[in-house]
Design a protein around this ligand. Structure first.
Ligand code: ZN
Length: 383
């Protein structure tokens, strides 16, 4: 298969893989990249090892490797982006938890500079920002500081999103003015995800009618599912077009709960890490926004025992979902096609001739051995 070489100027090179995952199908043969684009898949002769898959996307990540996106500088972003490439991630939305309004300006300014970094120069790309809050339910604050939560205010929210960098907002639609805020954000092409919410199924349905298109970390920090009151989680699971975002670290969700949600939502099921700065580090004390978080044995908790983000990486999430019973194609789809569709960018989450060469190569154990961002190698396992 060859395609239009629109992105593919420059000498071509082979990845040396034995197959590629193309639109959910395993295509035997090598992958040829030229410039920033994919020139060919299924090229003969096939390489010896590895499967090329689309680069992973993470739409909910607060930080990793000692970097907290709310408070870091451009160097911090670069270190985080390089570390993300080593986990197979080629694009992400740094995510800001609820903060004093004044803190957002500085954090957004740094993120804007990180997003403007030249393609292929520093690991995974910043695709925009995800604001998780501040319009969340005081009943379900999770690790957010309840004193900083705000009532929905369209003008205030639009001012926060003014620079065009905010691509996703998590909010609680049942709050006073919540549904109007959904409409206002959707009208500006900002993805609205319901989360930290006490919405019942009917209110969630109303939010989806207004254009909300996702739920944030299913079964965490929202009204609990019950047979006669399935809440926003139950509503999202069965709603066509609504993406179910889940932290499959086996801490936030039991494997059975994660797999049941995947079986229900299928191609609407999207993996997120919700990682915080301790990801890729050891146990210890860390920050999430302005709060102290203790990490021990894979759990990140506030002093009162509430979960506060994860130490999950996206490649581990993919392996975990496969371990639950999903196929490789479906698990990779949950880290690529599903978040790409939610973000609404048809150029993301795909690997085929003519596409941007955002590629992750996995070995037989689904470990990341190589990552390309816009055709440039950003990670490779050295022998
Ligand atoms: Zn959260």
């Amino acid at each position: 298969m060859t395609g239009p070489p629109t992105l593919s100027s420059g000498p071509s090179r082979r990845l040396g893989v034995r197959a590629a995952l193309v639109d959910g199908e395993l295509v035997p043969g090598d992958v040829v990249v030229a410039g920033a684009g994919v020139l060919e898949v299924g090229a003969g002769p096939a390489g010896e090892a590895g499967v090329a898959v689309p680069g992973f996307l993470d739409l909910h990540i607060n930080g990793l490797v000692g970097v907290d996106f709310l408070s870091t500088d451009l160097d911090g972003y670069r270190a985080a982006s390089v570390a993300l490439a080593a986990t197979g991630v080629t694009g992400y939305l740094p995510t800001f938890i609820t903060s004093p309004l004044a803190d957002y300006d500085d954090a957004l300014a740094v993120a804007l500079r990180a997003a403007a970094d030249a393609p292929g120069t520093g690991g995974a790309r910043v695709l925009g920002v995800h604001l998780e809050g501040p319009y969340l339910s005081p009943r379900w604050p999770g690790a957010h500081d309840a004193a900083l939560l705000r009532r929905p205010d369209v003008d205030e929210a639009l001012a926060l999103c003014e620079g065009g960098l905010v691509k996703m907002v998590t909010l609680a639609p049942e709050l006073d003015g919540g549904l109007d805020l959904v409409s206002a954000l959707v009208a500006r092409d900002i993805v609205v995800s319901c989360g930290h919410s006490d919405a019942d199924a009917a209110t969630a349905g109303a939010a989806f009618d207004r254009g909300a298109r996702a739920i944030t970390h299913l079964y965490n920090a929202h009204r609990r599912w019950a047979p006669r009151d399935p809440g926003v989680g139950g509503a999202a699971l069965v709603r066509p077009g609504v993406t179910v975002q889940a932290i499959v670290d086996h801490v936030h969700l039991a494997p059975e709960a994660a797999y049941a949600a995947f079986l229900t939502a299928r191609d609407r099921f999207s993996l997120v890490t919700d990682a915080m700065e301790a990801a890729g580090q050891g146990d210890g004390t860390y920050r999430l926004g302005r709060r102290a978080v203790e990490v021990h044995g894979g759990r990140a908790e506030l002093s009162e025992g509430l979960l506060a983000g994860s130490v999950l990486t996206m490649d581990q999430a993919v392996r975990n979902l496969v371990g639950c019973g999903a196929s490789l194609a479906d698990a990779v789809g949950a880290a690529t096609a599903a978040p790409a569709r939610l973000l609404g960018d048809p150029g993301l989450g795909i690997l085929r001739p003519g596409a941007r060469a955002n590629i992750t190569v996995l070995d037989d154990d689904l470990r990341v051995v190589r990552t390309l961002v816009d055709g440039a190698e950003q990670f490779a396992v050295t022998a």
